[in-house]
Design a protein around this ligand. Sequence first.
Ligand code: ZN
Length: 744
Amino acid sequence: MRHSITGSRMLLFFAVLTAFAIAYNLKFTARADARLMNTDNTSPVTNTTPPNPLLAEWEGPYGGVPPFDKAKVSDFKPALEAAMAENLTEIDKIAKDPATPTFENTIVAMERAGHTLDRVTTLYGVFGSTMNGPEFQVVQREMAPKLAAFNDQITQNEALFKRIEAVYNSPEKAKLTPEQQRLVWYDYNTFVRAGAKLGPDAKTRLSQINQQLAGLFTKFSQNVLAEEDGQFVVLKTEADLSGLPQSLRDAAAAAAQAKKQTAAGVIMNTRSAVDPFLTYSDRRDLREKAWRMFINRGDNGDEHDNNAIITEILQLRAERAKLLGYKTHAHWRLENAMAKTPENAMDLMMQVWKPAVARVHEEVADMQALADKEGAKIKIQPWDYRYYAEKVRKAKYDLDQNEVKEYLQLEKLREGIFWVAGELFNFKFTPAPNVPVVHPDVRVWEVSDKTSGKHIGLWYFDPYARAGKRSGAWMNAYRSQERVDGEVTTIVSNNANFIKGKPGEPLLISWDDAQTMFHEFGHALHGLNSNVTYPTLSGTAVPRDYVEFPSQLMEHWLSTPEVLQRFALHYKTGKPIPQALVDRINKASTFNEGFITVEYLAAALVDMKLHLAGDQKIDPDKFEKETLAELKMPDEIVMRHRTPQFLHVFSSDGYSAGYYSYLWSDVLTADAFGAFVEGGGPYDRKVADRLRKNIFSVGNTIDPAEAYRNFRGRDPRTEALMIKRGFASPNAKTSEPGKSKTKE
Ligand SMILES: [Zn+2]
């Protein structure tokens, strides 16, 4: 059973959360022996239809692996329905147990329940995010409300809640281990927050709201996907390609082919296509065209327009929060987050907002000066920002991202990541070529302990973009580590959207993408290091504003000389990146930080304000415009995710009133890296051991604030964040120039 309201298992890097994540939010699934289940759930013996492969226990090595080779879209609906039905039977058995409620017969029984639906929804999630198509979308639309209703059926099971409450209030609780006590608290709290204490009418209404929301989330996501897939800018002739480096020309040509256009190139309506185009295209008219297409996803007044859906989602969320006894949706969402209240999150955001906006004005002045000098006769507009920022970067820091890219080979960096995991956590990665995968592009590695050889888990890597795959990058846990009945090892995956290179040629990625790789791998390491008893508290199942801490922390290791010298090798000469270039990268580390912080924070602030607004009927476009005006948003920047395409917030409850989490976690990240700097550097084994013991291995078995104190010896401070982003200068007594120089 995995039923965290706060922690879905799919973690994103400024990316998207998928609609079916609702299935992860509150999951009560029943354990089942495969044989037992097949006789239970498939029907009478006379039925000759073969058993549904999705329902079977995972077979093969490593304690079983997901049967990606056997999964068919048509199997999902019957599998989900059978697994839900079976789970309800399991839960019913716990609820109706005549014995006095105990930790073992109630709380642990719930932990034992759940493995069938868990397995089915894992594959359902992988298909939804990486193998999506019209046939699958029909299943999603039908199943999303059903999964929501199913969740409510569990949390609204009165007999079950009474038993949980009895264990929670029992004097016996004090005799349990700290992890067990936390699990009892967690279950009780989760049920109460999901409405377990409400009267029958309120419960009915709550369930209606959740089902309606699930349907709206699905529609919202499918609308964005439709516009990302269906719209593109055609680059007719060679002249339209002006300024683009060869890799982008190749990608644009490949996209034109995919879209059956006889043009020189096509710019797809996705971030990985549009951002580089805005950075390099000399054609201001085409930049504006691509920019408008991208920022208007879901906002075109056509059949894929998301505005009315947003209004409805916000109203339903406000009503639900009221029903549950909270002032607003934001107050409900943040109660169990590390921030605790929206006010705390707002305080931090506003503390960073002002210096970030001031920095943007400086950045724009630099760009304007450069444009004037070139005689461009323009005023910097949003579609000029990336383009001129790149020129300023070259002029001011002599740093050309394309030059850096020549040293950043995807596969070499993957080896670098493995090496870092070996140094910090003693992990070893060995290819596991015979494990079934969902697509031939996916590769699998076994993770084991370098010294003892003990098996730790599996890591799946799905790096390339393809039709039916969501944009962005994310981590997903296919199976959580636990030991309720013997050791179960974890299975995790990292997913990205790199455009496949030419066959036989190494794929080169940008510095930003390399950081994203380290970030997602940080989530994977958080899962792989998990060392807990109960699956509900395992690995990355921690509060949303804490979960980005381990991942953001790992970004710091990319720029360590140890990684760069061994793994940042030129794709032609094989020579390591020259120190002079590294110095220039370091020197420019806070360059453009105004832009990065403001485009992110604008989205985070609008998210929070939308969910603090209560039950007023909101016109999303108007609200966005007014809120940004009030914040004095610089004209030259647009929110990283405008409201009509804000998948984090409207494709599930996942990151709603929670986009601030990246900043919150970054306070911890910057402050925590200081522990290494103050120690023996990034590879100080003692600090790494402390990190593993207190942060990476404990999952949600301990309050995050306490876990952090155990690691750092004190509460986090914001100074390191402000220095990292270049909004404050390192003060003399703590700074160690050269050593503390880290990269955002
Ligand atoms: Zn992340």
